[in-house]
Design a binder for this molecule. Structure first.
Ligand code: ADP
Length: 466
């Protein structure tokens, strides 16, 4: 059976209340033991009225009482104060019967300790007074000689009082346990509701307890966890979507060259009366399409290789300035052949980085290849190398047709091309920039596109220097 938190609290509080009563009783017992221990040394017990009373009050010696801070008064049967020495709480020489009775009754509740004795022979009352230091008036008084009926009634009254006291205690414990449990149950319930929403797939569920105690920490942890799950789920959805799109793109991009190869191959087989020229034309189409399919598959293989856990670079300590100068030199014949202009701005001093010489060269080659492929002759290509803090920054820019700003975020994704129709003419796979970016990232750097108002496009490669 499910145990309710409030019942658990109720039991706890009842136990605490009962223990408190027990502790109170124990405290009274200890108090009476302690006062018993000091009783003998108290002035009021050392000098009681019985110790100094005489038949003739004139012979009473009050000096010890007075020396110890007390007082002695003698009241005769006419209620006259016939003798007074030291502390005097009566304050009168003559009392009426009512005043004397009142004095006797109230003597118990005053902060003085009165010891009153009547001397029958001398017909007087001897009153010995000491100031009370500290006194706790709490005692159970009973007398066996009382009437049986009275005993029973008083017993009932006492039982009623004790029972009511216990009931009130239980009621308080009940109310208090309810309130205490509510302060725990309410946030727990909200957290449970949040957890259930998460379980049902609502990852946007968050909890606001409006508390500042430990529950607030739990709430923050819960909300953090929910946010992480939401993030992870959205990443997973995105990667699934990317994977789906990738497969679609691959099949789409392979379909055209493959069907073209198949079509022309069938044609060659069926038509035996083709001229040599026609035959060569068909074979050229087959060759070009198979080259295209092969290039696509090679690039795809390269890209998936870089995603595999076994992928690693062969890093060597390399002077990046010298390395880029060399690559730029290799680009010159191609740029000149295509009628492009160029400018190289590479620092003179040596800057060292950890480089996989083969792979890193692919980045520059891909960028140069794109610049030539997508821009008209006469376009200016600029390669510059600078050092910014701990990074080497290589900017590869051209003043050609540029890449639309809305594609800047996507251009590094596989199969993304600015213009798909242009692609069929140029033969681009849409994988070059993805491969280049992965290589840069594998070196601990990055490849990004810089958006500027200037004509053309600027790609930035960064790599940490050592
Ligand atoms: P592709 O194999 O198609 O060249 P990339 O990933 O290298 O694939 O490039 C993606 C697209 O970005 C290209 O199809 C092209 O539209 C565009 N692009 C890349 N570089 C340039 C450039 N320098 N100038 C203009 N467009 C470019």
């Amino acid at each position: 059976m499910k145990k309710k938190l409030s019942n658990q609290f109720l039991v706890n509080f009842l136990v605490i209340f009962l223990l408190t009563i027990l502790a109170t009783v124990l405290a009274f017992v200890l108090l009476s033991v302690a006062s018993g221990l000091i009783a003998g040394s108290l002035a009021k017990n050392q000098y009681p009225a019985s110790a100094i009373i005489k038949e003739d009050y004139k012979q009473i010696d009050a000096s010890v009482v007075v020396q110890n801070g007390g007082g002695v008064q003698v009241v005769d049967k006419e209620y006259r104060v016939v003798y007074s020495s030291g502390l005097d709480t009566i304050g009168k020489e003559m009392l009426s019967a009512e005043e004397f009775t009142k004095f006797l009754i109230e003597s118990k509740s005053k902060p003085y300790n009165y010891d009153i004795l009547y001397q029958p022979q001398g017909e007087f009352w001897l009153i010995v007074t000491f100031p009370t230091s500290i006194r706790l008036d709490f005692s159970l008084v009973y007398n066996k000689a009382a009437a049986a009926g009275d005993f029973q009634r008083a017993g009932w009254a006492l039982a009623f009082a004790v029972l009511s006291y216990l009931l009130i205690l239980a009621l308080f414990a009940f109310i208090y346990s309810g309130i205490t449990a509510a302060s725990i149950i309410r946030p727990l319930r909200k957290l449970t509701e949040g957890t259930m929403l998460l379980r049902e797939g609502d990852y946007s569920a968050r909890v606001d307890l409006q508390l500042k105690n430990e529950f607030a920490d739990l709430q923050n942890t819960f909300n953090d966890m929910a946010a992480r799950i939401e993030h992870e789920i959205s990443l997973r959805k995105k990667s699934e979507e990317d994977r789906r799109r990738l497969i679609l793109d691959i099949s789409h991009d392979l379909k055209n060259p493959m069907s073209s190869i198949q079509g022309y191959a069938e044609l060659l087989m069926k038509k035996s009366d083709l001229t040599v020229h026609e035959r060569n034309e068909h074979l050229e189409v087959i060759l070009n399409n198979s080259k295209r399919a092969n290039r696509l598959l090679t690039e795809l293989f390269e890209l998936s290789q870089m995603d595999s856990p076994e992928f690693s670079l062969k890093l060597e300590r390399t002077d990046i300035c010298e390395y880029i100068r060399q690559i730029c030199g290799e680009l010159v014949p191609q740029l000149e052949r295509e009628g492009f202009e160029y400018e190289f701005d590479i620092m003179e001093e040596s800057v060292f980085v950890m480089l996989d010489n083969n792979r890193f060269g692919r980045i520059i080659q891909n960028l140069a290849h794109n610049a030539v492929r997508y821009n008209p002759p006469g376009t200016l290509v600029i390669v510059s190398l600078t050092v910014q803090d701990s990074l080497v920054v290589i900017d590869f820019s051209d003043n050609g047709i540029g890449i639309p700003a809305h594609l800047a975020d996507h251009i590094f994704k596989p199969f993304v091309r600015v213009d798909d129709s242009r692609h069929s003419k140029t033969g681009g796979s849409g994988l070059g920039l993805s491969i280049a970016k992965r290589i840069a990232e594998a070196h601990g750097g990055d490849l990004t596109i810089c958006l500027s108002k200037n004509k053309g496009s600027t790609f930035r490669i960064t790599i940490p220097r050592i």
